[in-house]
Design a protein around this ligand. Structure first.
Ligand code: ADP
Ligand code: GLC
Length: 478
């Protein structure tokens, strides 16, 4: 059996700040179902430790970040975990990256270097019984793993997956000396990035293979527009760069079985979806009507997500009688702008600020359209949840959104392959055209239903993608 070690900082359902956690929670199980022996290495953050059935201590060691214990255990879902128990680094409640005031922890370079370093120790036989053949690092948090592996003579092959190139883990040059990497690695041909230490660049430079979470994003990040300064390196490595789409964890996100919904449904029995809509309207204080579409957003409120476009199109959306509900948290000015809209239109607009897993399911089930107008989107998961729940995605044609949603153009309708509303330019005018297509399709109830059926039939599970990863591992090992 192929032994694969995933290395990450989040894992659903124990600790999540975004889609990364959903992927790390689901992909190992999908790979396991495909016949691989997969384990996940994580920092023992309090929420992760609390949700793990720890079976024992594998090793103790001293490192540049102080003493640590390596624990082995399993989640309730059966994901096999190695946890780095180093309280001086990880025993802090809440967000894994920053304190309650949103300030990045001053020792993040040590905390996440330790994660990569332990991965390389495992590859060298830290657990005398289990050594990975492939170390698969996720995002900058695990970006030094391929560098430590390279320093150790590459005892395992390595893959780094870029979930978001915009987060790079860049630290001052002075931090490098404390991380037990060869001095020669602090170089343009290495971990150095414009005079600083970059964890993500380290991963991109030293990994045997680079993946990102959609084929379109894999192309986009080789351009100056979306390469975040790393496009040169990514172009040079384009032979070892590929895109593999994320999937949906159907044990968590399926309308027929989702226990967080007031009613379940499937494409054969859609009555439950109407119940979800009414219940959601009731819960949010919106008019309980089914004459007009209900648009929803579930999102981090950051630059990436393009939400100012939603603010731009909302007046017309509301003038046409549509409803709008948002769940999210992030930039203060966006929170305030949406809050004001809800205040001005209490029966038509609802805004819930904060993070709420259960409400996110009720919104995605109860809505008619889910809006994801991102500036850039490596993959995006909420549009996949929308497809699965018959809540048609309205997306910008970028990254994984472009790869997973087909517009209701006449030709797509004729060929029965339309699944949502796609616009191209990052402009209110183009987004508005997509909103108008929503109302046009809505007025043709039969066609709406057939697009919805097509969306729900789209295979968004993990299996196909897991097979791509397994094939990649196989190719790297042999
Ligand atoms: P990203 O990782 O860039 O935030 P994704 O679409 O890949 O975007 O994943 C976002 C994940 O976080 C989804 O599972 C989504 O449902 C969830 N999410 C985002 N904001 C919230 C929120 N305020 N409450 C609950 N879940 C949220
Ligand atoms: C990142 C990206 C998002 C992607 C997620 C999981 O957070 O922003 O597009 O779906 O990672 O890969």
């Amino acid at each position: 059996m192929m032994r694969i070690l995933h290395v990450a900082a989040e894992l659903f359902p124990l600790l999540k700040t975004g889609g990364l956690a959903d992927v790390v929670g689901a992909l190992p199980l999908a790979l396991g179902a495909g016949g691989a022996d997969v384990r996940v290495l994580l920092p023992a953050f309090p929420a992760i430790l609390a949700g793990t059935n720890v079976e024992g201590e594998v090793a103790r060691f001293d490192s540049f970040a102080g003493p640590a214990r390596l624990l082995f255990g399993k989640t309730a879902d059966g994901v096999q975990l190695y946890l780095i128990d180093a309280p001086q680094c990880y025993d802090r409640p809440g967000n894994p990256y920053h304190d309650a005031e949103q300030r990045a922890y001053a020792d993040n370079h040590l905390r996440f270097a330790l994660l990569g370093w332990v991965a390389a120790q495992l590859a060298q036989g830290l657990d005398g019984f289990w050594r990975p053949a492939v170390v698969h690092a996720h995002d900058w948090h695990a970006g030094l793993a391929p560098a430590y592996l390279a320093a150790a003579g590459r005892p395992a092959r390595s893959v780094i997956t870029v979930h978001n190139l915009a987060y790079q883990g860049v630290f001052g040059a002075e931090t490098f000396a404390g991380l037990a990497l060869p001095a020669a690695f602090f170089d343009r041909e290495g971990v150095e990035f414009h005079g600083n230490l970059s964890f993500l660049k380290a991963g991109l430079y030293f990994a045997d293979h680079i993946t990102t979470v959609s084929p379109s994003y894999a192309r986009e990040i080789t351009t100056a527009e979306q390469g975040c300064g790393l496009e040169g390196l990514l172009q040079a490595r384009s032979g070892q760069l590929s895109g593999i789409l994320n999937g949906v964890d159907e044990a968590v996100w399926h309308p027929a079985t989702d226990a967080l919904l007031p009613a379940n449904y499937s494409s054969e029995k859609m009555a439950g979806k109407a119940k979800c809509k009414t219940a959601l309207q009731h819960e949010l204080g919106l008019d309980e009507q089914d004459e007009q579409p209900l648009f929803v957003v579930v999102s981090r409120l950051t630059e990436q997500k393009g939400l100012p476009l939603v603010l731009d199109v909302l007046p017309e959306l509301l003038a046409r009688g549509g409803q709008f509900a948002l769940l999210g948290s992030g930039d203060a000015w966006l929170e305030e702008a949406f809050r004001q809209l809800a205040h001005a239109h209490p029966r038509q607009v609802a805004v819930k600020l904060g993070y709420n897993e259960a409400l996110s399911h009720r919104l995605i089930a109860g809505g008619d359209v889910i809006m994801v107008p991102s500036r850039f989107e490596p993959c995006g998961l909420t549009q996949l949840y929308g497809l699965q729940y018959g809540t048609l995605p309205l997306v910008r044609r970028v990254g994984g959104l472009a790869d997973t949603v087909s517009d209701v153009s006449l030709e797509n309708l004729a060929d029965d392959c339309a699944t949502g509303f796609v616009f191209h330019d990052l402009s209110a005018a183009d987004c508005l055209r997509a909103v108008r297509r929503v109302f046009a399709l809505w007025s043709r109830a039969r066609e709406w239903k057939s697009v919805r059926r097509r969306a729900m039939a789209q295979d968004v599970g993990w299996q196909a993608s897991a097979e791509h990863y397994l094939a990649l591992y196989q190719q790297l090992i042999s």
